[in-house]
Design a protein around this ligand. Structure first.
Ligand code: TXA
Ligand code: MG
Length: 508
């Protein structure tokens, strides 16, 4: 089947295209279209055969019911029975919009559409293109999200084409959707009404209108014994191809933990992605980093989440680490989708952060023009199993000085360079619980300890790796003295690498 792709301008809808699309649906075909939540795969909701085609195109289990989309409140009464009293006020407040309500179904609605259930889910979308299409199709359009079953829901027409090109008659491209997560599903057949799927219309918003609502307890939280009430919620939906892990803690811990996890995964030869935010993105450097939005405005995260997950599929990453997001407003829906995408894989950031004894290593020498910078550079070249910020500092630095030319000559003979490096004075910024200070000899160690009474991890480099002999100071000596010094440092850095790498997972 050749899929017709048509661009539609929301603000200036080409009615002829919409009439053609409606015609396709009335004749039993499939048309994907934008809604304010996600793109839907539209079919005639009252046609059993059309429902079968929908399931086939999505590769979706046929026990998973479809939502029937309407544009007029009167039409609800044609497909649902025993409509409870509160429905009218909910509809008044939230329709058209991202709320789906479940009722007992009228005999007119085929079991094919409801996945064999005696209930029917109904929604009145607000998107102008969606509304025109429903109208042109006869008023009752079943529409699951227009993705292949198990993939993230589509928020752009390109996503629909990725999954369904060749499997549906037409795709209406109305640009990016507004909300990005599927509608809130509210079961009206129980008292009080129960949220089966969280969305942009939150429990708090519903309660303002109808008093109490309950929430299907299987929605969040890990594996539960009971099956979710919405059949679709039991599948590992929204799943990216890569293994996704949600890292939970306060922002600082999450960033530190993700940096560490990403560093180790890359060390293990993995291609790794990070789901970061406006507020945190600058703190990551390794891996494929994607900005999902702002923590200050969860709506931006909702809008981008599925798209980001799909982008990672395109990049073929093996693992993805995501920060977690505030459970306020649409945040509940965001965390629900993320949790499902992760197959409930969530880890406490604090556990990871605790595993790393030191985060930064500072080599301290007298002038920071020779031994310290060499030690730092040699360590940077090593294969370290944890991520460290590696620096050097000098105890006597009055103004920035370049690297000693003899040191540079020796470095070059080893295929390295410190060209452009200038000395930096030691300061109180180098004192913190997670900073390891390694001095070249006792002189600097004592100086640090006497100047900074609160200094904790201060050792001479040789002492730290269990050697008795200090690094000699070659200052003023011949090139040969610098060569010997380099050799000495090199040997100590080998040992240091071993020691740091012994602080592996769970250790240290
Ligand atoms: O925002 C949305 O709701 C989008 C757009 C296209 O409108 N549609 C959508 O449909 O997300 P779908 O099929 O991907 O998800 C419908 C969810 C599924 O979890 C399904 O199991 C549940 O609603 N559902 C539908 N009818 C139901 C019923 N009668 N009883 C319980 N759950 C039902
Ligand atoms: Mg879906």
């Amino acid at each position: 089947m050749k899929t017709i792709l048509k661009k539609i301008d929301k603000n200036n809808i080409d009615m002829q295209v919409l009439e053609d699309a409606g015609e396709i649906i009335r004749r039993g075909g499939l048309v994907a279209f934008p809604t304010e939540t996600v793109y839907g795969l539209g079919a005639d909701a009252l046609d059993e055969e059309a429902a079968k085609k929908t399931y086939a195109a999505k590769g979706r289990p046929s026990d998973n019911p479809l939502i029937v989309h309407i544009t007029k409140y009167e039409d609800l009464e044609k497909i649902a029975v025993d409509i409870p009293r509160e429905t009218a006020v909910l509809a008044e407040r939230f329709w058209p919009g991202p709320l789906t309500m479940i009722f007992k179904k009228d005999a007119k609605v085929p079991y094919g559409t409801t996945g064999g259930l005696d209930t029917v889910a109904v929604r009145m979308p607000s998107d102008a293109i969606a509304r025109e299409l429903i109208r042109a199709s006869g008023g009752f359009v079943s529409a699951p999200s227009a993705n292949t079953s198990g993939r993230p829901s589509p928020t752009k027409a390109e996503h629909v084409m990725e999954d369904l090109a060749g499997k549906v008659d037409m795709v209406l491209d109305g640009g990016s959707v507004e909300i990005g997560l599927e509608s809130t599903v509210l079961d009206m057949t129980v008292e009080p009404p129960m949220i089966l799927r969280p969305g942009a219309i939150t429990a708090g918003m519903l309660e303002e209108v109808v008093g109490m609502v309950s929430i299907d307890e299987t929605i969040l939280g890990a594996e539960s014994e009971t099956a979710p009430k919405a059949p679709g919620m039991k599948y590992r939906h929204y799943a990216p191809k890569a293994k996704l892990t949600i890292v939970e803690g306060n922002i600082r811990e999450e960033v530190l933990a993700i940096r560490q996890l990403v560093y180790s995964a890359i060390n293990g030869g993995k291609k790794v992605g990070i789901i970061a935010t406006d507020e945190t993105i600058q703190y990551y450097s390794n891996g494929i980093i994607k900005n999902v939005g702002s923590r200050e405005d969860e709506k931006t995260i909702a809008r981008n989440l599925f798209s980001v997950l799909r982008e990672f599929d395109g990049e073929e990453v093996d693992e993805i680490y995501s920060e977690s997001f505030a459970m306020r407003g649409i945040g509940n829906a965001i965390m629900n989708r993320l949790d499902k995408a992760a197959g409930h894989l969530r880890i406490p950031a604090a556990d990871i952060v605790r595993r790393q004894r030191y985060r930064r290593i500072v080599f301290v020498s007298q002038t920071d023009t020779c031994r310290g910078p060499v030690a730092a550079e040699l360590l940077r070249q090593k294969h370290l199993q944890q991520e460290y910020v590696i620096d050097s500092r000098g105890m006597v630095v009055l103004f920035p000085e370049p690297i000693n030319p003899k040191v540079e000559a020796i470095m070059r003979s080893h295929g390295m360079t410190l060209e452009g490096y200038t000395s930096v004075p030691f300061s109180g910024a180098e004192i913190a619980g997670d900073i390891l200070i390694l001095t070249m000899d006792e002189v600097q160690k004592n100086k640090v300890l006497s100047e900074y009474g609160n200094a904790l991890s201060v050792y001479t480099l040789n002492e730290f790796v269990g050697e008795t002999e200090e690094v000699p100071d070659p200052y003023g000596g011949a090139l040969n003295a610098y060569g010997l010094c380099h050799e000495k440092i090199s040997g100590l850095i080998d040992k240091l690498t071993e020691k740091l790498n012994s602080y592996t997972e769970g250790g240290a």
